[in-house]
Design a protein around this ligand. Sequence first.
Ligand code: TXA
Ligand code: MG
Length: 354
Amino acid sequence: MSPRILTTHTPALLREAVDVAAARLRAGAVVAVPTETVYGLAADALDPVAVARIYAIKGRPPSNPLIVHVAGIGMAQACASEWTPLADRLARVFWPGPLTLVVPRGAGIPDIVTAGGDTVALRWPRHPFMQGVIQACGFPLAAPSANLSNNLSPTSAAHVQAGLGDRVELIVDGGDCNVGIESTVVDCTGPVPRVLRPGILSAEEILAAAGLPAGGRPPGASADPTKPGVVLRSPGMLERHYAPRSRLIVRKWRDADELRRLVAAAGEGDPHRVWVIAHDRVPVGTEFPHVVLIPEDPEAYARALYGELHRCDAAGAGLIVVEQVPDSPGWEGVADRLRRASAAADAPTGAGTS
Ligand code: TXA
Ligand code: MG
């Protein structure tokens, strides 16, 4: 099957894409859609048969719940059994945007969406196509990232086509994703927010919006779900995830000599097989032929990161060496994805991949 691809770069094309996609979604189909974070694989969140198709296409374990995308706070409230004051506050500050709120699950949300859990993850995306298509459908859309389970998330329609082109009937091309990494997921079931998955919205911003003192991490934010005894609150957060096929290491270096030693220590003897992704100590000269420079700004970095990793994979890189990013507020989302991308290939994947 070769997918139909609809573009959205004029108002007329956007309208047509919304109409065609909404018709297919109403018929129970799965459609690959653009959001401002990463591309999603969407289906009617209220139709368990349609949602089952998402899991089948991705090869996603049924234990990993999906995010439900809405087009307004009213629709979010209809998906929740309790719309907590904390969720309301964060939604009013950050929605529409790259923030997912976990709240008690409403009666209309099928088991398959929440993996049987009693909470549901909700997001109102900012991308105009998503807003249009959800409004046209009149129902919320369940959508994980549009990649095979365990692969890198797509930030362009071309990435979706390369990864899932033989498994989806329709891809809506909404351009390159503006944010570039997945949404920040925040548990809003208690009195204080708990960041379950870091993203471009930092814990500090979320605490401030919740009226809590900045600085300290929200309780539970540093809990490592791979450690025994830690309750798995966000099942998708197991270690190796968001990873390219090529081996990736994150390192710090002062100069080209040190970089050369690090690459040799990682067991890669041929500099032509090495891709260096740098933001500060950029190697110059001809020794490393593949050097990628990403600006030292968390938003610009997040926007570029997956595209560069997809390019490394497509080029068959033997080793990707990423310069360590700053350990400062705003960088948590990028640092988290790099840490996961660099986790050893034999680390647990299992139920947590998405
Ligand atoms: O930016 C995003 O969030 C993108 C776009 C498409 O919206 N979606 C995305 O979905 O990244 P996915 O399925 O790849 O990741 C969803 C994450 C997983 O880690 C999943 O375990 C977690 O959200 N999640 C879903 N429902 C949950 C719940 N009820 N409680 C805790 N975590 C949940
Ligand atoms: Mg995913």
